[in-house]
Ligand binder design. Structure first.
Ligand SMILES: C[S@@+](CC[C@H](N)C(=O)[O-])C[C@H]1O[C@@H](n2cnc3c(N)ncnc32)[C@H](O)[C@@H]1O
Length: 289
């Protein structure tokens, strides 16, 4: 007799959103065909459902204001986020909703494209591009309301921010992954600064270089967004038990975040780059003009 798989559990203890399509969850292989789920998929479902709470109102506000909405998801992977957003908020035929996935792995792009066709999700499109290539691509709509990047690797989050700033999008929802550039720059400048600044103690040990580099990167990203006229909130995606990378950055363009506030944020951004010997990183974190 086949042994039961202990890691899989049945549906009742799943935290599903009201009206969430079980068929979609099966198509995304989050649920097995029998409606069971393993720990990894449970974590993913919890993360995406948590994000839906934040992104849903942003989609609805853009729809109400503009009569349509375009969301671009960077480093989309299997596009769990895009599919669940579309299913929850945009699949009604009278809605002008577009969800565009940018992904550097061709097989994932093809798979998502096939699934969108199978489900009849006509407003979904997927592009085999890096986020940096998407910046210049004419395939992507010019008007974009919301930019998301969920665990997009290394500097892909920064490129996604650049993408959204160039298109003056209304909101960003970002869950950054590790970024190696800032840590490398801190490492390179360590010995030069040590004689003059006790601040370098914050990143003297290699483990601290990595962790501090990651923290500083996200602080610089937030300042970049604030300096570009966005109101920024930083919170947790899900409990620490699920992922070490769970910082959720939400930025909304608001008139009250422009002007003096943006100027002050730009000053702080420059000061921080200078204090940490990161002047070479200024173009990476440059605010929108
Ligand atoms: C950790 S996965 C996250 C996938 C998805 N966002 C999620 O959370 O389920 C990162 C994805 O980003 C893609 N990726 C990494 N760097 C990229 C880049 N520069 N441009 C586009 N996609 C990228 C990878 O191929 C991978 O599918």
């Amino acid at each position: 007799m086949k042994k039961p798989d202990k890691k899989q559990t049945a549906l009742p203890d799943l935290e599903l959103r009201e009206g969430q399509s079980l068929e979609l969850l099966k198509a995304l292989h989050i649920l097995t065909r029998e409606g069971k789920i393993n720990q990894d998929s449970r974590r993913k479902l919890k993360q995406v459902n948590h994000l839906l709470q934040f992104i849903g109102p942003l989609l609805q506000s853009a729809l109400a204001q503009n009569g349509g909405v375009c969301l671009v998801d960077h480093g989309a992977g299997k596009s769990y986020l895009g599919f669940m957003l579309y299913d929850a908020f945009l699949k009604k035929p009278d809605l002008q909703g577009q969800v565009v996935g940018i992904e550097s792995r061709a097989e994932l792009v093809e798979r998502s494209h096939a699934l969108a066709q199978q489900l009849g999700f006509k407003g979904m499109a997927f592009h085999h591009l890096t986020v940096a290539q998407a910046l210049e691509s004419e395939e992507i709509p010019a008007a974009v309301d919301i930019v998301t990047a969920l665990h997009a690797c290394n500097t892909a989050t920064d490129d996604a921010i650049e993408f959204g700033l160039r298109r003056q999008c209304a909101a960003f929802v970002l869950v950054p992954c590790c970024q190696a550039e800032v840590a490398a720059q801190l490492r390179a400048g360590k010995n030069n600064m040590r004689a003059t600044s006790s601040l370098t103690e914050l990143w003297r040990h290699p483990l601290h270089t990595r962790e501090f580099g990651s923290q500083v990167t996200n602080v610089l990203r937030c300042l970049r967004l604030e300096a570009s006229g966005y109101e920024v909130t930083v919170t947790e995606l899900v409990g620490w038990e699920h992922s070490m990378k769970n910082e959720l950055i939400i930025a909304k363009k608001t008139p009250s975040a422009a002007g003096k506030k943006a100027t002050q944020a730009a000053q702080k951004l420059n000061e921080l780059l200078q204090s940490l010997g990161l002047e070479a990183m200024a173009p990476r974190f440059a605010p929108a003009n």
